[in-house]
Design a protein around this ligand. Structure first.
Ligand code: PEP
Ligand code: MN
Length: 247
């Protein structure tokens, strides 16, 4: 039987430095059929001296893109104030790995009507992750996506984290949440994003979150893990073929 299920591919740059850069990438991705565009404007950087995102100015740009290109906007919100200001204006609120344990923030997104993509903390057990989701649910918001983005480990070589693909069958069996995979932050290396994206689809992921830029080397953040337009084309092609296989 052909599966009619279509996984959601969320794609876009880690962050951006201008409206022109943002618009260009968004337009290219839209032409490929991407409906969910993700770009960060409130960045959670390990180093306080790194670019922190365009912040409120960037949010205005994202909302303009939403209107002009009719794309669904996914972006990370990092404070209660941001959630109050923008939570109901975007399509998916991303909660980043560092904030999975920020219970006051989770309570606040739980009060919105917007889908929340809850990234797994890089040190979280499945149980801790699911309890974080409960915080959101308790506020009344049941539209929650889990996103596996790699965990800390001791055998990572030059990779950033290790992709725990077992989360996919586990969450499918034990929960009703959609489970997405972010191969970009899991590996931290662009050449791994295509094979790991395919592996995630085969494992049964409901969606992917991928960092893409037309000129990856010029990315203001996470350049090493950002794929180019040709690579996202191949992933989308694989998705099409995979969905047409009799399973
Ligand atoms: C991101 O998606 O750009 C990001 C910062 O992700 P994470 O919170 O998983 O590190
Ligand atoms: Mn990133």
């Amino acid at each position: 039987m052909n599966s009619n299920k279509k996984q959601i591919i969320i794609a876009g740059p880690c962050t951006f430095g201008s409206y022109e850069e943002l618009y260009h990438i968004a337009e290219l991705l839209k032409q490929k059929g991407i409906e969910y565009f993700r770009a960060g404007t409130f960045k959670m950087r390990t180093n306080p001296n790194s670019f922190q995102g365009l912040r409120d100015e960037g949010m205005e740009m994202l909302l303009k893109i939403k209107k002009e290109l009719n794309l669904k906007i996914v972006t990370e919100l990092t404070s209660i104030e941001q959630v109050r200001k923008y939570g109901n204006k975007i399509d998916i609120i991303q909660i980043g790995t560092r904030n999975m344990y920020n219970y006051e923030l989770l309570k606040e997104v739980g009060k919105t009507k917007t889908t929340v993509m809850l990234k797994r903390a890089f040190s979280a057990t499945y149980d801790e992750w699911l309890q974080a989701a409960e915080y959101i649910k308790k506020g009344g918001n049941t539209s929650i996506i889990l996103c596996e983005r790699g965990v800390r480990n001791f055998i990572s070589g030059d990779t950033r984290n290790i992709l725990d693909l077992q989360t996919v069958p586990y969450m499918k069996k034990n929960t009703n949440y959609p489970i997405f995979v972010d191969p970009s932050h899991a590996s931290g290396l662009a050449y791994m994003v295509e094979p790991m994206s395919k592996a995630a689809l085969v494992a049964g992921a409901d969606g992917l979150l991928i960092e893409v830029h037309n000129e990856p080397e010029k990315s203001l953040c996470d350049a090493k893990q950002t794929i180019d337009m040709e690579t996202i084309d191949r992933i989308l092609e694989f998705q099409k073929i995979f969905n047409n296989i009799d399973k």
